[in-house]
Design a protein around this ligand. Sequence first.
Ligand code: COA
Length: 134
Amino acid sequence: VEAFGRLLPQLSGSAPVLDQAALAAIVSAPAVSVLVARSGGTISGTLTLAIFPIPTGLRAWIEDVVVDDAARGQGVGAALTREALRIAKAAGARTVDLTSRPSRVAAGRLYERLGFQARDTRMYRYALDGPASS
Ligand SMILES: CC(C)(COP(=O)(O)OP(=O)(O)OC[C@H]1O[C@@H](n2cnc3c(N)ncnc32)[C@H](O)[C@@H]1OP(=O)(O)O)[C@@H](O)C(=O)NCCC(=O)NCCS
């Protein structure tokens, strides 16, 4: 709970504060693996992997990757991502997808260095919690 309170604001200004019950619900979801990296005794980064079956195969998504500002540039993000790829491969997933804003330069470099390839696709989001549109 302490680590997510420290790390999530470094990922998104609008990230909700997660209490123990919220985190427990996430880590106990069958499709979800929440990875944490420890540097010394402290959690220095996290990544969440979702693996789920759909008609075109078993797919995996990486979400919510963040490394503490004080621990960046030491390979923590790479270690988390490699472990997620290992888990997805072991589970039999066909692909591992993620999205990353172009402004996240370090993240883009990291993913491309590890072998992710940019796809020519449109990303859409329908905000169910936003204002209703007609
Ligand atoms: C993207 C992020 C997870 C990378 O974590 P990390 O532990 O620094 O990752 P790594 O150390 O494995 O690699 C980071 C890259 O930045 C470089 N880097 C070096 N010093 C750095 C520093 N002080 N800060 C940030 N990046 C640095 C690393 O050298 C590496 O790039 P390169 O090896 O290709 O040159 C981290 O920067 C982060 O949490 N950013 C904010 C949230 C975010 O953008 N999340 C990704 C959402 S898609």
